[in-house]
Design a binder for this molecule. Structure first.
Ligand code: 5GP
Ligand code: ZN
Length: 116
């Protein structure tokens, strides 16, 4: 597995920074957000360093499918049968603060209908 030494999520995946892991398989790592914005707030990341949704290509887009398969399992495990939201922020204007592709799972309360 290739890790980017200055990337906080690569450090979490490698175990160099501790996290509350909720799911792991060959391609995906998922852990609780350090600053939760909902009762359930989990980050789902590919183990391979991809900067953002803007960097997806034919070569790495299978990682997104793996992330979403994990999201379905995690949502079921977390009791989110009533619904949840998945968000990915891309780039500075998109509000991205950690530049390793990740999907936020938000749930555990009724979320507003708005997107921004
Ligand atoms: P972004 O703003 O890039 O979409 O989301 C980054 C997320 O990573 C934020 O929700 C932030 O709370 C979370 N985060 C940043 N540093 C850490 C960390 O060290 N551990 C965990 N578990 N979450 C982190
Ligand atoms: Zn990374």
């Amino acid at each position: 597995m290739v890790f980017m030494s200055d990337c906080i999520f690569c450090k979490i995946i490698s175990g160099a920074i501790p996290s509350q892991c909720v799911f792991e398989d060959e391609f995906v790592f998922a852990f609780r957000d350090i600053a939760p914005q909902a009762p359930v707030h989990i980050l789902v990341v590919p183990k391979v360093h991809v900067e953002s949704a803007a960097e997806l290509t034919d070569e790495n887009s299978h990682l997104v499918a793996s992330c979403f398969e994990a999201i379905a399992k995690i949502a079921a495990d977390e009791g989110l049968g009533g619904g949840f939201r998945v968000i990915t922020n891309a780039g500075l204007d998109g509000g991205q603060t950690v530049f390793h592709l990740h999907f936020h799972i938000l749930g555990g309360r009724t979320l507003g209908a708005g997107l921004v």
